[in-house]
Write a protein that binds this ligand. Structure first.
Ligand SMILES: Cc1cc2nc3c(=O)[nH]c(=O)nc-3n(C[C@H](O)[C@H](O)[C@H](O)COP(=O)(O)O)c2cc1C
Length: 391
């Protein structure tokens, strides 16, 4: 039995259990992985500047997103193809998020139907991530279904007009629908638990897209094909189209520049996610957490207090301390991408619950050590930019 004392422990366990094909898909970045590495390293540019003797006996990490309570400034972010890591992983992730008091964002490319995810968490806070394919009727159908199922917030992902170049996936022969090449069969034999689960449950499929395409023959193949046919003509004016189909909040995910943040605001978005898609799209970018302060500052200019829109950030969040830093830099909240996936891939439901519990516990400890009794106390004054040490 392994002890899981931090997210890294779950990552190592996930690497042991998953086939190379599945782990590389989970873990990898685009091209040489520069953006991926920078996402993580960027957090190290800031250190904490704690205050002491501040009475942290009643410390709480609670916050609200548009008036709705969350246990912490965190949400489980959208990730596609989760069924590759554990059967019905979307439901497991949603349930663990709801139990922890956090929102769960379901990907367009989910392997569970959004209706099944809702049934798994009748009272959970669910958000839908939207990809827009060339056939707009697919997105419209998905929004209609999600509205009906009581999803509250829409997250329009805009940094994926085409797939990033992921060399490891090419090398592993990763494609949808999965094809059992001799290489994958050999990989499966080295990872019997994963293979047994896939054998029993069937290879994961893009069931959500398939449902919105309509019941047609060879749906899986069709859905896989459509998932690659993004609408490259998508532009800022299309936010009005999204608004017509979505009465709740609309967030734009995948912003890295001040100009685009301003565009989102000008076009009436309720929020943005500063993100480089976990380093999976462009091979080399500024880390989102580096872009965050200038975006927050630009959006706040002229107004009093913080920006009018909610600014979320993701990329490289692996510790509660990272969440504290992001909030201190002006984020309303962070999305967790790979961290909960390590949990579900390592141990299913217990794993995700374990990861979220660890992150919440670390955030609380960090806040207490910083002298912050509430998330409002997490201000830029609690951070110091660290000068490089001479080696
Ligand atoms: C395996 C995997 C699949 C992903 N699929 C999607 C997706 O379907 N839609 C989306 O908007 N972002 C997707 N992302 C990006 C995440 O939402 C998030 O931006 C990113 O993972 C954050 O970085 P982190 O993994 O370092 O936390 C995916 C990320 C991973 C790791």
């Amino acid at each position: 039995m392994h002890a899981f004392s931090c997210v890294e422990d779950y990552r190592l366990a996930a690497r042991r259990r998953l086939t190379k094909l599945a782990f590389d898909y989970l873990e990898g970045g685009a091209e040489d992985g520069d953006a991926l590495r920078r996402n993580r390293d960027a957090f190290g540019q800031w250190g904490f500047s704690p205050r002491v003797m501040t009475d942290t006996s009643q410390t709480s990490s609670k916050t609200t997103f548009w008036g709705r309570d969350a246990a912490a400034p965190m949400a489980v972010g959208p990730t596609g193809l989760n069924g590759l890591f554990w059967p019905r992983a979307d439901e497991l992730l949603a349930r663990a998020a709801a139990d922890a008091g956090l929102p769960f964002v379901l990907s367009t490319a989910s392997t569970s139907l959004l209706e099944d995810v809702r049934a798994a968490v009748p009272h959970g806070e669910l958000w839908l991530q939207l990809y827009v394919q060339q056939d707009r009727r697919i997105a419209e159908s998905m929004m209609r279904r999600a509205r009906k199922a009581g999803f509250r917030t829409l997250m329009l992902t805009v940094d994926t007009p085409v797939h990033g170049k992921r060399d490891h996936d090419t090398r592993n022969g990763f494609r949808l629908p999965l094809r059992f090449t001799p290489r994958l069969v050999a990989d499966c034999m080295r990872h019997p638990h994963w293979s047994w689960q896939m054998l029993m449950g069937g290879a994961p499929q893009l069931r959500n897209i398939a449902r919105s395409v309509g019941e047609r023959a060879d749906l899986a193949r069709h859905a896989a094909m459509l998932s690659r046919q993004m609408d490259l003509s998508l532009s800022w004016d299309d936010l009005a189209w999204v608004r017509r189909h979505w009465p709740g909040e609309v967030l734009v995910k995948g912003i890295l520049s001040v100009d685009d943040a301003r565009q989102a605001q000008a076009h009436g978005a309720d929020g943005i996610v500063v993100s480089n898609h976990g380093g999976r799209q462009l091979g080399s970018t500024l880390a989102p957490v580096e872009a965050l302060p200038m975006i927050v500052e630009a959006l706040s200019a002229g107004g009093r207090g913080g920006p009018a829109m909610s600014v979320f950030v993701d990329g490289g969040v692996r510790r509660g301390a990272d969440v504290a830093k992001a909030v201190a830099l002006g984020a309303k909240g962070v999305l967790l991408g790979r961290a909960p996936l390590y949990g579900v891939a390592a141990r299913g439901a217990r794993g995700v619950a374990g990861v979220l519990e660890l992150m919440l516990g670390e955030l609380r400890t960090t806040m207490q050590l910083l002298g912050c009794a509430s998330v409002d106390d997490l201000t830029p004054q609690r951070l110091a930019r660290l000068p490089a040490l001479r080696s």
